[in-house]
Design a binder for this molecule. Structure first.
Ligand SMILES: [Zn+2]
Length: 115
């Protein structure tokens, strides 16, 4: 599957049936390097749409509105961000997180239901 934005920086790959596909690095990124802009609206398929959630994400959106590498990202490593830290009003989420990280929230629910 191709992104409508051609990029030499990342590509989309199927992971499994439950997760679907994800965004992967086609090159090395250094920690602090900017990867793609916070843009959910310009085109039908943006890199952001293809990035999976992780509680231990390889990227986060910085003050420039760019996804920045939280650590060095290796070739063919998945590019992720923490959905709970970057809520999108148009995208309610309710799914079990399988990121497997030490601090996994277990269930990603947005907007958060207050009781
Ligand atoms: Zn998790």
């Amino acid at each position: 599957m191709l992104l409508s934005t051609e990029s030499k920086d990342f590509y989309v790959k199927d992971i499994d049936e439950q997760t679907g596909s994800g965004l992967f690095a086609s090159r090395e990124f250094k920690q602090g390097e900017e990867i793609y802009p916070f843009d959910y609206w310009s085109q039908e398929v943006m890199p952001m749409h293809m990035s999976n959630h992780s509680c231990n994400a390889s990227g986060y959106f910085n003050d420039n509105g760019m996804l920045e590498a939280t650590r060095d990202i290796h070739l063919d490593e998945e590019i992720t961000f923490n959905y709970l830290k970057h809520p999108l009003p148009a995208s309610p989420w309710n799914f079990k997180c399988t990121c497997g990280s030490e601090h996994c929230v277990g269930w990603v629910q947005m907007p958060v239901q207050s009781e």
